[in-house]
Design a protein around this ligand. Structure first.
Ligand code: PMP
Ligand code: GLN
Length: 390
């Protein structure tokens, strides 16, 4: 095959989620890797999407998103976080939070700009920054609690810092940044006159502590780009409805980029997304209760099997320290679990670090947003592996 890839893309491999997902299919393993629920979304959402199509909402949406959705989002941010956003000039619907992040970072990065990222870092941020001539500056979250060292964070800011990316609740560690941590970040942003770009896709999946929206902290609304998505909140990862909220100057830049990437987002799903947000109070409590129970039960089951596990404060991921099981590196251990007698897919954590010498190699991530039968099949596979080794 002729190699056609542009130079700027060469440093980056295939997504770990796609790679592991493919291997899971190939080996027919229980897929606790990629973060998506294997149970269905509520029926009324499916109905809302088909209703929107039946009502003729099948042509291009306005580039910024259909008005009912932007209005619902504005109402939600007011209700939930006491934040007031203008749907006309400050809210932009995009193809998932993935596109919202791409539009944002690409629209706001000049060559030489630095963005601070917490490591482990969700896989899309650094490639976007680098492809647009910026530099990612890592600040490590230290195991076992995955808190950052405030002094290390302070030192990461330079006169080239454009901003910081804050993902809370944090994938893959399950950390929910505390009010104190968020305030420390906010203070540094203000002292250094920097932006904050947030990834809050797990904002509703919180089991301990409280989700703090960066934009709600004093002085931060004007320098924060808030990114989120309906994927995890409503178990609709396939709809790819995400959005960003940002002051007009940032929104102008983001929309300029968005018009060249997607121009507009799937129309009927936007109408259905507006319904979803309107009925959030009905959908969310049962989902969070179900995940909360699975989080504890699955965590305990992993402990019973000899893993060392810190219960996540949020998200639907759980990190397992597998040193009592194997001295292998995480990537090799993950492959052994998929291909061997366990038949279970998980995600290695070292891939979320920019340099091997900073990456721990003893953690794998399981997704517990799965049917009980899937989780039990996964645990049975892990027991089988133990039996084979014993
Ligand atoms: N950010 C984080 C931290 C995620 O875990 C994910 C995957 N759910 C995304 C962004 C992508 O979300 P979306 O499907 O809305 O693009
Ligand atoms: N966010 C999901 C995860 O962490 C994956 C989404 C994707 O595959 N891009 O597992």
């Amino acid at each position: 095959m002729r190699d056609l890839m542009a130079d700027r893309l060469r440093p980056y491999g295939a997504s770990i989620f796609a790679t592991i997902g493919q291997k899971a299919i190939q080996h027919q393993s229980v897929n606790l890797g990629q973060g998506f629920p294997d149970f269905d979304c509520p029926d009324y959402l499916k109905q809302a999407a088909t209703d929107a199509m039946a009502a003729g909402h099948n042509q291009y949406a306005p580039p910024h998103g259909v008005e009912p959705l932007r209005r619902e989002l504005a109402d939600f941010y007011q209700r939930q976080y006491g934040l007031s956003y203008d749907p006309q000039t400050e809210i932009t619907v995009q193809v998932g939070s993935t596109q919202a992040m791409f539009s944002t970072l690409s629209a706001l990065t000049n060559p030489g700009d630095e963005w601070i990222v917490f490591e482990p870092t969700y896989d899309t941020y650094v490639p976007i920054i680098e492809m647009f001539g910026g530099k990612a500056v890592p600040v490590v979250l230290h195991p076992p609690t995955f808190a950052f060292d405030p002094e290390e964070l302070k030192r990461a800011f330079t006169n080239k810092t454009r901003g910081i990316i804050v993902n809370t609740p944090h994938n893959p560690t399950g950390r929910v940044f505390s009010h104190e941590e968020m305030t420390q970040i906010a203070d540094l942003c203000q002292t250094n006159d920097c932006l904050a770009v947030t990834d809050e896709v797990y904002e509703h999946l919180v089991f301990e502590g409280q989700h703090i929206a960066m934009a709600s902290l004093p002085g931060m609304r004007e320098r924060t780009i808030t990114i989120s998505s309906l994927a995890k909140t409503f178990s609709i990862t396939g709809w790819k409805i995400g959005y960003c909220l940002a002051p007009p100057a940032a929104t102008l830049a983001i929309r300029r980029m968005h018009q060249f990437i997607a121009f507009a987002v799937a129309t009927p799903f936007q109408y259905a997304a507006a319904q979803a947000i309107r009925h959030m109070d009905q959908v969310l409590p049962p989902l969070v209760a179900d995940l909360a129970a699975k989080r504890l039960a699955f965590g305990q089951a992993l402990r019973d099997l000899g893993f060392s596990v810190l219960d996540p404060q949020g998200t639907f991921f759980i990190l397992a320290d597998f040193r009592a099981w194997s001295a292998k590196k995480d990537v090799d251990f993950v492959l052994e679990l998929i291909e061997g007698p366990a038949g279970v897919a998980s995600i290695p954590i070292s891939v979320f670090y920019g340099a091997a010498d900073r990456a721990p190699s003893q953690f794998i991530r399981f997704c517990f947003a799965k049917k009980e039968s899937t989780l039990q099949a996964g645990l049975a596979g892990l027991k089988r592996y133990q039996g084979v080794r014993a």
